[in-house]
Design a binder for this molecule. Sequence first.
Ligand code: SAM
Length: 287
Amino acid sequence: MSRHSGVLYIVATPIGNLEDVSARAKRILAEVDLIAAEDTRHSRKLLAALGIRTPLQAYHNFNEHEAARRLIEALKAGRDVALIADAGTPLINDPGYRLVSAAHAEGLQVVPVPGPAALIAAFSAAGLPPTRFAFEGFAPDKHAARLKIFTALKTERRTLIFYETPQRIVHFLEDAVTVFGGMRPAALARELTKKFETIKKANLAGLLAFVQADEQQQKGEFVLLIGAAEAGTHADEQEARRVLSILLDSLGVRQAAAIAAALTGQRKNALYELALKMHNEKPPTDK
Ligand code: SAM
């Protein structure tokens, strides 16, 4: 690395509440020669609110290649650059990867200036086991692809964290109930740090009912957290056994499984197998 090269700062900005900008982020944004921003019009408002006049350059998914090349030239010429996203931490489901990897390839210094990220804010307040998590970003748009991804993640032993949009929130939860089962522990974090912030911990069936019952809860920005398989599977089976044992007192295996599926949101086939097992385990009744 040349002694005269500039530094690339990766600066986190608020995800809603302007007070969340750090003192260091403010100082760096004011001191650098250039700010690379996803949407310059959007970022100009943030910088104006902070009283910062540093020149902006667009850096987004559609000009990433060319913009990264120009920013690397600027850094090599000794200019300090800050990268910001529209909200939160750059590169977290936002542009920047090409620039950061190119900077490393050129031996340039890359310095993170940490701050808000929706997934971390949500995880810290969700009330799910905080030891291990897997960040999945946005689930696929299409129903079939989403079911496929969920199925692949069904036995994941870490808390799953997803980003979601208002257009898809109900479909996301419907598909999650189908695959993970309605009893799987989960949490929804909506509009974090903003006026209508909602943090709701419930099982998946409960979250779906909560969102369906109130259109306000379908608006804004979302982080969805799905509890790890271990805890969830156990809770699912316990609930399935409880419901089936009541139903099997008066119904046949097939009918009990169908009703239990409707009540718990769990899969009919799995419930049928469990009902059959429970039926066969039952001691014979005295005639
Ligand atoms: N870079 C951002 C970060 O650090 O979290 C994420 C950007 S990604 C393009 C936008 C998505 O992040 C939204 O659709 C939503 O899922 C999530 N998100 C961003 N701000 C949020 C907030 N205030 N509350 C809940 N979710 C938020």
